[in-house]
Structures are given as structure tokens and as C-alpha cells.
Design a protein around this ligand. Structure first.
Ligand code: UD1
Ligand code: CA
Length: 464
């Protein structure tokens, strides 16, 4: 069965100006990589329909890019076409057709670049609409740019148009403000009929894909009002500009579509749009692209949330740091709490200040209110842990588990020497070191009896 659409993402370039060790598509962007964002309108547009194939033309450090894509999108069948030498964008497209199975039998070919992370689904929809309704051979997305330096200029003709690259333009042509975005939709048949005729007779001696567009051809330049979505990332400054725009877009969406209250939208770094209505987020909060936040959550100033899930009604107090944690409904965290990978905090539980939790499941209504470390533990419902509790989970070589059954009370300044199990409804007195497991209902105390000698303090108090 032949596919209707072939999407090809040009990603073979060196990206030298970024000055990074990784190829350009793998430049860090909004918690992920540039390529993830360049691909996102494709998933948005095709919405999991099986009618499109996606191919990356790879070149420079292709192993890194290919393995990133393979592990990041196991369920999507993304293929790769290796362009040995970067001879130009037309050569990249030829490489795609020559090396990709079934590419020549598609009806439409959609060409994107790996370095335009802000491209929207709307651009693809509009281009597709124009090429189909007017039955054209090719359409290019264009926009107006005050300082068009570096872009291909759009030279409109009575029918059709040309694209003239910066290096090749006459003074007259270089004054043109309408420029080529590098996003195209083309009839595959039209490309195959023309691309093998493109030469490299230009100032750069490159094969230009833009030579597919000519006067008198059934081609159209579709000019877009909002040029921000075509912003290309060629260096780290442009990368920061693109991130800033992206963040603004997310903030707007969160407020207008999701109903999230952002106390200071210009002072937050939120990379996810999965935040529910009624949630309040204060200034200087960071939430990465992989986190999900429910409804009516409150996140106070300075909290950092990575790869975590916060459920409805939870309260994350100021300056807490969460990485790989799950916080269930109505739980409260912080201020100044540290939840590390595998921390799973039950409904209505309370984690207080200067508490660190790692790889531990806390059931409903657990309280760890002050200055404690809980690692590799299972803590049952309604357990109350006093101040300064420590699970001694590490013997220098291995980690061991602490279990505390529901309803138990753990006094302040106590510790468990794991592996150890405290049953349900136990009572551990303050200052106890629990080295032996305790049956349900047991009481443990490990303190030496207090000795008090009246009037003896002066022997110990030293005065300067
Ligand atoms: C290209 C367009 C220009 C347009 C601009 C928009 C051409 C000839 N020019 O110029 O009209 O205004 O984009 O940003 O197409 N690539 C390959 N293999 C190659 C060459 C490039 O995969 O042999 C990839 C690059 O990695 C990049 C994309 O193609 O993702 C665009 O190439 P680039 O060299 O950046 O083209 P521009 O000079 O920006
Ligand atoms: Ca470019």
C-alpha cells in the first residue's frame, strides 16, 4: 500500500555555529532536544494516522542522532537516510528519495528542517490546504523579514516565483523582504521529475532545493503573518530567543486554555502544558517538559519540578526540589524538601522542611515533618515520623529496605538500621536506634538511663 504523505526532515548539517559537541538537532531545547520540537508539529498534524512516513536525512555525527531518535520514539517508525556529503538541500532531498523505501510512491512530500523548533501545526494545515485546493505542484511557506540577510528571497512572478539565495542575489533582489522559511509541501511526482535536473551552478556550488520553484510553474509562495514560528536556530543566542518565545507561548496557553493561574508569567520556566485548571504557580518556578501537574495544585515560589507527577490538590511549598517523584492528591511538600527519584508520596501526606525522600513509598496520611532522610522505605498509612529520623539504608556496598507498618509512631531522633521491619501500630521512643524488627503493636526504646548530678555542671562549662 502506498502512503499518501512522506515527511522528510533535513538534519545532516554540521551546525558549526552552535559550538556544541553534539549535532545541531541534538542541541538542548526546552528540556528536550531541538529535533523533538521540530518533529512535534508532524505528530500534531498527522495525529497518529498511519498515512505518513517520517524520515530524517542525517549526516554529521549521525550515530548520535539516530540512536537518540530510536530510543526516544520506539513506537514511531522513523527512518534515516544518510547523506554522505552535505552538498546542499536538493542533494539532501535526493538522498531521501534514493535511500528511503516507498518514498517515491507517496503523493505528497513535506520538507522540514531540524532547526525550526517553533513550527506550528497550523502552518502545515494551511500549506496542505493551499496545495490541495489549488491543485498545485509545490508550495513554500514564506514570511516578511525586516532584516532578510541570510535568507532566500522570494521573487514573485505573474505566475510562479523564484527563490534567490543571499549569495546569489543582485542588489535589487536582496532588497526584497519576503523570505523563504525552508518549509515546503511538494507533489512527489513533481519533485521526482525535476530534482535530478538541479545543478550546482551558483556561488556556493551547492545543490539548492529552492531551484524547484520557478516562474510559470504551478507553485505558490504562501506568506505567513506570524513569522515567529519559522525562527531558525543557528547559534546559542538564537536558541535562547527561541526558548523565550516558546516559554511565552506555553504561559499563554496555560492561562487561556488550561485555566492555570501564573502569578508572574515572565518569571517562570515551564516546559510542559500538562497542568490542570485552578492550579496556582508562583514566580521562579521551574517545571520540565516531562512533568505533569493536576488541578488545583499550588506551587510556591522557587520550586523545581523535574520528571514528576503532582496530583490534584497537592501543595508544593517554596524552594522544594522534586526529581522523578509522584505526589498524590492533597499531599503537602516542603518548604525546602527534596524528593528524589522513586519518591511516591501518598494522598494527604505531609513532607516538611529539610526532609529528603528517595525511592520510598509513603501511603496515605503519612507525616514526616522535619529534618529527616527516608530512603528505600515503605511507610504505611497514617505513620507519624518525628523530627530528625533517618533510615540508615546503606552499608557502604548495598542499599537495604526499611518497612514501617500503618499507624506506627516513630519518635524524634530515631533511626532504623536497614534491613528492618517495624510492624503496624508500633511505638518507637525518641532517640531509639531500631536494629531488630518489631512485631505489630510492639514498643521499642534504646536509651541509657539518665544520670543527673546536682551542681556538677561547672566542671564541664569552660569560660574563655
Ligand atoms: C535554506 C534555504 C533558504 C531559506 C533558509 C531558511 C536552500 C538552498 N536555502 O538556507 O532559502 O531562507 O533555509 O532557514 O535551501 N541540510 C542537509 N544537507 C545539506 C544541506 C543542508 O541536511 O547538504 C539541512 C541542514 O542541516 C538544515 C537545512 O538542511 O537543517 C537547511 O540548510 P541550511 O544550510 O541551514 O540552509 P540555509 O542556508 O539556512
Ligand atoms: Ca539554516
Amino acid at each position: 500500500m502506498s502512503l499518501e504523505y512522506g515527511v522528510v526532515v533535513l538534519a545532516a548539517g554540521m551546525g558549526t555555529r552552535l559550538k556544541l559537541d553534539v549535532p545541531k538537532p541534538l542541541a538542548p531545547f526546552m528540556g528536550k532536544k531541538l529535533i523533538d520540537y521540530a518533529l512535534s508539529p508532524v505528530w500534531g498534524y498527522f495525529n497518529n494516522s498511519k498515512s505518513a512516513s517520517v524520515t530524517l536525512v542525517t549526516g554529521h555525527k549521525r550515530e548520535l542522532l539516530e540512536s537518540y531518535i530510536q530510543s526516544g520514539y520506539p513506537e514511531k517508525k522513523i527512518s534515516f537516510a544518510f547523506q554522505e556529503k552535505q552538498l546542499g538541500t536538493a542533494d539532501a532531498l535526493k538522498t531521501y528519495f534514493d535511500k528511503t523505501e516507498n518514498s517515491k510512491s507517496t503523493e505528497y512530500t513535506i520538507v522540514l528542517c531540524a532547526d525550526t523548533p517553533l513550527l506550528s501545526v497550523d502552518v502545515l494545515s494551511k500549506l496542505m490546504d493551499v496545495i490541495k485546493t489549488k491543485n498545485l505542484d509545490a508550495v513554500a511557506a514564506t514570511f516578511k523579514e525586516e532584516n532578510p540577510f541570510g535568507y532566500g528571497r522570494i521573487v514573485r512572478k505573474e505566475k510562479g516565483f523564484n527563490i534567490v539565495e543571499q549569495k546569489d542575489g543582485s542588489e535589487e533582489i536582496l532588497k526584497i523582504n519576503e523570505v523563504n522559511s525552508g518549509v515546503y509541501i511538494l507533489k512527489t511526482k513533481f519533485v521526482l521529475e525535476n530534482i535530478y535536473d538541479i545543478g550546482s551552478n551558483n556561488k556556493a556550488s551547492e545543490f539548492y532545493l529552492t531551484d524547484l520553484f520557478k516562474e510559470n510553474y504551478a507553485v505558490e509562495a504562501v506568506c505567513f503573518e506570524d513569522k515567529s514560528c519559522f525562527l531558525g536556530v543557528n547559534d546559542l543566542f538564537q536558541l535562547s530567543v527561541a526558548e523565550e518565545l516558546f516559554r511565552k507561548g506555553i504561559a499563554k496557553k496555560l492561562m487561556l486554555e488550561n485555566g492555570v493561574i501564573l502569578k508572574n508569567p515572565s518569571l517562570i520556566n515551564i516546559e510542559t502544558t500538562e497542568i490542570g485548571k485552578g492550579t496556582i504557580i508562583e514566580a521562579n518556578v521551574s517545571i520540565d517538559a516531562t512533568s505533569k501537574i493536576g488541578e488545583n495544585v499550588k506551587i510556591e515560589q522557587g520550586a523545581v519540578i523535574k520528571n514528576s507527577q503532582i496530583l490534584d490538590g497537592a501543595h508544593i511549598k517554596a524552594y522544594s526540589y522534586l526529581d522523578g517523584a509522584v505526589v498524590h492528591g492533597k499531599a503537602s511538600i516542603g518548604p525546602f524538601a527534596h524528593l528524589r527519584p522513586g519518591a511516591d508520596i501518598g494522598e494527604e501526606s505531609k513532607i516538611g522542611n529539610f526532609v529528603e525522600i528517595k525511592k520510598s513509598k509513603l501511603e496515605k496520611g503519612v507525616k514526616v515533618s522535619h529534618l529527616s532522610y527516608v530512603g528505600d522505605a515503605f511507610i504505611g498509612d497514617e505513620v507519624n515520623i518525628g523530627c530528625g529520623f533517618i533510615t540508615c539504608n546503606y552499608d557502604g556496598a548495598n542499599k537495604h529496605v526499611t518497612k514501617i507498618g500503618k499507624g506506627s509512631f516513630i519518635g524524634s531522633d530515631s533511626q532504623t538500621i536497614a534491613p528492618v521491619e517495624i510492624g503496624e501500630d508500633c511505638f518507637v521512643a525518641s532517640g531509639t536506634t531500631v536494629t531488630h524488627s518489631m512485631a505489630n503493636g510492639a514498643f521499642a526504646i534504646s536509651r541509657t538511663k539518665q544520670v543527673t548530678k546536682d551542681g556538677m555542671a561547672h566542671r564541664f562549662i569552660k569560660k574563655k
